[in-house]
Design a protein around this ligand. Sequence first.
Ligand code: GLC
Length: 550
Amino acid sequence: MGDRWYSEAVVYCLDIDTYADSDGDGVGDIRGLIGRLDYLARLGVTCLWLHPIHPSPNRDDGYDATDFYNVDPRFGTLGDFAELLHQAQNRGIRVIIDLVVNHTSDEHPWFQSARSSPDSPYRDWFVWSDNEPDDRYQGMVFPGEQRETWSYDRTAKAWFYHRFYKFQPDLNFANPQVRAEVKKIMSFWLQLGVSGFRMDAVPFIIELTEPGNPNSPKDFEFLTEMRQHVQWRRGDAVLLAEANVEPDQLPTFFGDASGSGNRIHMLFDFMLNGRLMLALAREDPEPLIDALHDTPKLPVGGQWATFLRNHDEIDLSRLTTEQRNQVYAQFGPDENMRIYDRGIRRRLAPMLGNDRRRIELAYALQFSMRGTPVLRYGEEIGMGEDLSLPGREAIRTPMQWSYQPNSGFSTADPEKLVRPVIDKGDFGYQNVNVTAQRGEPKSLLGWFERMIRTLREAPEIGSGSTTHIDVAVPPGVLAHRADGPTGTMVFVHNLGTDDVEVDLSSLEPEADLPIDVLADRGYGELGKLGAVKVSGHGYRWIRLCRDRGF
Ligand code: GLC
């Protein structure tokens, strides 16, 4: 393992409320999750990212907190949380939590106090304007669900700013007290034993909002400050940020102009996400080749977090209109599958027609790309979505554990469940569940276990450098390599439907008894690299050489 654990981690994200319910009240809880840690350890996960755990009225699935120093009582107690950290650590699993401090819930006592009077000590913790700002209808994150970014509050007799929903007033990061409080919140959870934070909405946290100015200045120095603070409190803590911005802005989030990585350790690669979807839709690797060529160079210690699906829509806003329409045509043909004029609210398996070969190909591609892979719960068994649920809830249904009622998620009456279990069709829990797959090596779950184990034997992917192998290949094929001090891995993925042969003989001089370490089927002895066979929608991960001293 390299110096930085996060470079070689496998991150798994989940919502406690839809994972496992231990007390039968219909809501998943911390004790339920503790009971599933062995499952996660067997899968090979090394880090859990928990979606918001704080008390919340849950109008945005917990991304609207009312107390940053506690856990939602529906999930358990702080004691249960400390126990979770201990039990996870026993299994070599770290835990990071969502830090959602761009805004609070409007029910948070800070906002309640702030709105009550201009003299409230919390008044200046939020962003106010006495007059209606000119940019009232600009900068909405949830078009269709959100009307404005400035709303009038009758109690406060003033306008308040909310980048997201109206019930999520933005905290005022120009106020030193707010900055100090956020650091205190981070310290609190680090002290309890979390290994870091998935930082929500970072570009908006550093925004110094000026009424009427839709392009308010950004204070990147605050990221440097937060990093300093976190690192002093816990040396190996990591910051993983959501910053879905233009590619040329990304380096500034990793570090300042000196070139040192003194800000965020890891950023989600939203650009790659869109390109992966485009490449899969077109069955053409071109967008991925572009990604390998033009990804900004990162400072030492900077790392991408790759993903295919997360808890939000697939955001295609960084693709051109034509590209976006190609992805829609393949993966979101119905209006009901799309959201916010920019994305798709579906899980991967149904988008790929539940075609096992294409699902494996997609995940083999993601996990072989530079960066730390993030996997969303349920994807490892090929769960589907429920498009009858509103908005992003479609992809937030309970984990499907078994054939038991409610998929083994909960013993509560179905109408008491936090969200309905998918119980119909190909993706119903009767067809897709952990019990059915865990004893079956050929299952998707069995494949994920094997693939993740293979990844852990190939630290070059996380810690090394990944490049496109620029040789003539048949259409549909991507050849890339990962090089690190531990050796070299070569990957051949065939996005197309035809069986092909790829000439990689130019790698022969570097090869040292190359072998397949993961492939969609048994291809027999690899032999010479001049004619590497790959089936349609197939893939081969080849260990080219290992460092001899290793
Ligand atoms: C982030 C989260 C999203 C949430 C929003 C507001 O984008 O990923 O789920 O709704 O922030 O907090």
